[in-house]
Design a protein around this ligand. Structure first.
Ligand SMILES: O=c1ccn([C@@H]2O[C@H](COP(=O)(O)OP(=O)(O)O[C@H]3O[C@H](CO)[C@H](O)[C@H](O)[C@H]3O)[C@@H](O)[C@H]2O)c(=O)[nH]1
Length: 402
């Protein structure tokens, strides 16, 4: 087996000095959120990220940047992330990855982010969404069970709530996703919860599956170093990367606002934007909570384990709603670019307002999204101007082979 050029082949991340680190498999670890999660894991000095990514919407360059950031901040002995360019729908490849690390003490936990994630697109190609997001997750869960890996953080989404009745949205809101994408996330939450329930039988104790689902609101911004950010392949479908690329001239298309007739303060959709590094740190808090012994574990002490299993879901948001027009203003302030836009019809699957009640995550995980909107836009703009053509032109890694 061969790993890519920036990692060594002993599976320990860097020389022989990081044996005590817990191995955490990060599916989708080269993507926008995943790469920031990898940095957050490295910065703890306690976890060794092992990335599995098929590069469908990401670049190997992101891994190199993660390693650079860790070295810049922790010194030359910083742990280095490992990488397998594989697809989660390739079950044999997943099995082989877990098997390889079994020989070295095993993979302790999985943070599962690999997914298709565009609300609008999900209505156009639903089978692809079910195949990747649901079937891929089942393969991963089966492989985890086979290799006795029983700690999971699942990347879910605020879209599972559909059009919620109560805003800000508590976790107890019914899951009634309005898009195919949201339904795939809600389904996988159900599958994980069923597995957790099934796994609390006699005498299983510490070896039962424990899972935390983190329901993201809208991640924004970039790593403050400007080395890591959102770099979708092709024209960005999400608002903020589109605005950033328009301001540098990389995208010349007109900006279309999808609807101004929603029941919100200015008629455009409201979302709860949080800094991507706050979100990444939320994953570390979720992972830490899984590591705690069952007695005295605050998050699972609220669960009736016998009936529910060790499963919890948390909103990761700021609790502050911003409209599309608010975001255009904020990006204008950060970039100086005067965005011209036209109002068009609503986008399939969009809902008027997704604003989090983040209090449960604060109380039980200690999570607080600290960075404000100006910082998100400043960091996004910093990334965009430092990388006007994205990662593609700078990628120097050889194509990794397993
Ligand atoms: O060109 C555009 C792009 C977006 N929008 C609007 O901007 C808002 C935000 O849209 P994004 O596509 O940026 O984000 P979404 O809220 O649709 O989805 C994002 O946040 C969700 C959680 O709220 C999910 O996690 C999802 O994966 C992630 O892409 C929406 O009202 C959308 O209609 C426009 O008006 N024009």
């Amino acid at each position: 087996m061969q790993l890519n050029g920036i990692v060594n082949g002993n599976g320990n991340g860097h020389g022989t000095s990081h044996h005590s680190l817990k191995r955490v498999l990060v599916t989708g670890g080269l993507g926008y959120i995943g790469s920031h999660v990898v940095v957050a894991l490295l910065m703890t000095g306690r976890y060794l990220p092992i990335v599995v990514d098929n590069c469908h919407n990401s670049y190997p360059e992101a891994l190199k940047r993660c390693a650079e950031i860790a070295r810049d901040e922790l010194g030359s002995d910083a742990p280095q992330p490992l990488f397998h360019r594989k697809d989660i729908r390739d079950k044999a490849a997943l099995d082989e990855i877990f098997r390889q690390y079994d020989e070295q003490g095993g993979i302790w936990a999985v943070i599962h982010l690999a997914a298709l994630k565009a609300v609008g697109e999900s209505g156009e190609i639903p089978l692809d969404y079910y195949q990747v997001n649901v079937v891929g997750s089942i393969y991963l869960l089966e492989t985890m069970a086979k290799h006795n890996c029983n700690h999971l953080v699942f990347s879910s989404s605020a879209t599972v709530y559909g059009t919620p009745k109560i805003i800000p949205i508590p976790e107890s809101s019914p899951l009634q996703a309005a898009s195919c994408y949201g339904r795939t996330k809600a389904m996988v939450e159900d599958i994980i919860q069923d597995l957790c329930r099934a796994d609390v039988g006699e005498g299983k104790g510490e070896s039962s599956l424990r899972a935390v689902s983190v329901r993201y609101f809208n991640p924004a911004g970039a790593h403050p170093s400007g080395k890591l950010g959102e770099e979708p392949r092709g024209k960005p479908g999400n608002l903020l990367p589109l605005l950033a690329q328009m301001a540098t001239g990389r995208q010349r298309a007109d900006l279309k606002i999808f609807g101004n007739d929603y029941p919100t303060r200015d008629g455009t959709c409201v979302r709860d934007y949080l800094h991507v590094m706050d979100l990444a740190n939320g994953h570390v808090l979720a992972l830490d909570s899984l590591a705690k012994p069952l007695s005295g574990n605050t998050i699972f002490s609220h669960v009736n384990v016998e009936s529910e299993g060790y499963f919890r879901a948390f909103n990761l948001g700021k609790g502050k709603g911003m409209s599309v027009l608010n975001m255009i203003d904020a990006m204008k302030k950060a970039s100086g670019f005067d965005f011209k836009y036209e109002i068009v019809g609503r986008r399939l699957g969009d809902v008027p307002d997704l604003t989090a009640d983040p209090s449960l995550a604060e109380e039980e995980l200690g999570f607080l999204a600290q960075e404000d909107l100006d910082t998100m836009c400043r960091d996004l703009w910093n990334f965009q101007t430092r990388n006007p053509h994205g990662y593609e032109s700078t990628s120097s890694l050889p194509s990794p082979i397993l």
